[in-house]
Design a protein around this ligand. Structure first.
Ligand code: NG6
Ligand code: CA
Length: 501
């Protein structure tokens, strides 16, 4: 913030602008550069062509909140009590004194902003949406924020700027409940004839814009978002942030933007001009729309003259899912497209497609275009970016993988623990080990392979990316060694913030 400029003179190249473009439920195979042909992703492909494309880049988790927690805090989410898919009125998951990527950057003089999906909780448990919200992203490292609280399918269906709901009429306050409906308000359960996208699973609480949501809400009519406008709306906020941040600081501070898109998460509501962009219905069209959003960001960076000097990291919070609770044709219209690419599983799964995601680093001034098979994880961005800009941060789980991320080395992490709905599995080198778990798997979506089984499984991902051949009984010693190492790692489940699981 108040760092004298001269400290950084001559080091300016090590303080690039940083933009994280974070997709919601985009699969390993949903991007042209990773093999997709049924949807055009020209801008994502452009990032890959001019940047470093990772074949073994991971989110920590197969769902949203835990992955975002790890991305921003550098801490394994399974260490943190409550790091699970959060309701729209859940309390802030990140502690105000906790180390975060934006907080670290802000302390180093960066301007920091988030636009898009938050889903890490707000307030202290009892939110009055009609009053200033605290804590908000502004209390955990962001100078400014323009967010949706949780997911597009969860109430409240409003934008929040810094601490306030945007466009709220004080005469029409918002009320939100995740326990019970508001008397007199139609719900998806009581009035399914009012829904324009039928639910296939859940999503039968509040009805907003003809779409059933999770959670109940009333009031706040003037503040409610229009789903089909969300892409343009958020892109404009992100462009505006770049425009205002770039070169406007007194001492020319670099900026950090966390641009968290809502696509292709449900409900999939592409704007009119993207309807029919693919033959895959709303899911494909939402990916095409997201690609346009990314193009808009690249245009803005180009207009500002900073595209080459900006470190862009493009990735996704978890793997793909087709039917995630709405009947939107995602399964019926999938054709030859394989959202998981060659991998097995998907969102919610311990199989590899749950957490292995598109992962691209684009920084033309510094990073040579190419492909890397180094094992890297989004959780490593905190320690790696800190190393890049010369900041000292104590981290336990976030590893400094700067050399791998910049393409200076082909070696990444030795190992990684991945998580799916409170269950963990292990990757070491080319090997993936999935422990047994008792009891039925929670089935959040149809036709999902959660990876649950009653025995240990072992796969060689290099030879068998689809995890068809369980080598557990063929390689007992290796399995034993992996189990031992994994158990040692996951023993420490207590959060550095004192939470326990
Ligand atoms: C599930 C929802 C799903 C999605 C998910 C969160 C149902 C039946 N399923 O509970 O639609 O919202 O939560 O996705 O309600 S995530 O990408 O944010 O983790
Ligand atoms: Ca997600």
């Amino acid at each position: 913030m108040n760092f004298p400029t001269n400290v950084y003179e001559g080091l300016l190249m090590t303080r690039p602008n940083i933009v994280i473009i974070y997709m919601d439920d985009l699969g390993y195979g949903d991007v042209g550069a990773y093999g997709a042909t049924s949807v055009e992703t020209a801008n994502m492909d452009r990032l890959a062509r001019n940047g470093l494309r990772f074949t073994d880049g991971y989110a920590t988790s197969a769902t949203c909140t835990p992955s975002r927690y790890a991305l921003l805090t550098g801490e394994y989410p399974w260490r943190k009590s409550g790091a699970e898919i959060l309701a729209g009125d859940a309390a802030m998951l990140i502690e105000e004194d906790q180390m975060t990527l934006p907080g670290m950057l802000a302390a180093q003089g960066y301007r920091t902003g988030i636009v898009g999906k938050w889903h890490l909780g707000l307030g202290n448990g009892e939110i009055d949406w009609n009053r200033p919200i605290q804590p908000s992203p502004n209390d955990v490292g962001f100078d400014e924020s323009y967010i949706i609280a949780a997911t597009q399918d969860r109430v409240p269906t409003v934008y929040i700027k810094d601490r306030s709901v945007v466009g709220l009429d004080p005469e029409d306050p918002i009320e939100v409940s995740y326990d019970q409906p508001f008397p007199g308000e139609p719900t998806g359960a009581t009035h399914p004839e009012l829904l324009r996208i039928a639910s296939s699973h859940g999503h039968d609480n509040a009805i907003v814009n003809g779409i059933g949501r999770i959670g109940f809400m009333r009031g706040g009519q003037s503040a409610r978002w229009r789903d089909e406008d969300m892409a343009e709306h958020l892109v404009e906020r992100a462009r505006d942030y770049i425009r205002r941040s770039h070169g406007s600081g007194e001492d020319d501070d670099p900026f950090f933007l966390y641009f968290a898109l809502h696509q292709p998460h449900v409900p999939r509501t592409p704007g009119a001009r993207f309807v029919g962009a693919t033959d895959m219905g709303p899911r494909g069209d939402a990916i095409a729309e997201a690609d346009w959003c990314i193009g808009q960001i690249l245009d803005e960076l180009t207009d500002a003259g900073v595209l080459d000097d900006t470190l862009i990291v493009f990735s996704s919070d978890n793997g793909p899912v087709l039917d995630d609770g709405y009947q939107d044709g995602a399964e019926e219209l999938i054709g030859d497209h394989r959202p998981t690419g060659p991998l097995r599983g998907g969102k919610y799964s311990l199989f590899d497609a749950g957490t292995r995601v598109p992962f691209i680093v684009h920084w033309p001034a510094r990073v040579k275009p190419g492909t890397s098979s180094a094992l890297v994880c989004q959780m490593d961005l905190l320690a790696s970016i800190a190393a890049l800009i010369g900041a000292e941060v104590p981290t336990r789980d976030s590893e400094n993988q700067l050399d791998a991320l910049l393409g200076d080395s082909d070696d990444g992490r030795d190992s990684l623990v991945v998580e799916a709905i409170h269950r963990t599995a292990f990757r070491r080198g080319d090997w993936a080990m999935i422990p047994p778990y008792a009891g039925p798997a929670w089935m959040p979506a149809k036709r999902i392979e959660t990876g649950q089984a009653d025995r240990y499984r072992l796969y060689n991902l290099r030879e068998d990316p689809h995890q068809d051949h369980d080598l557990a009984s063929a390689q007992p010693e290796l399995l034993e060694a992996l189990i031992e190492e994994f158990e040692e790692l996951v023993r420490e489940r207590v959060s550095s913030n004192g939470g326990s699981q």
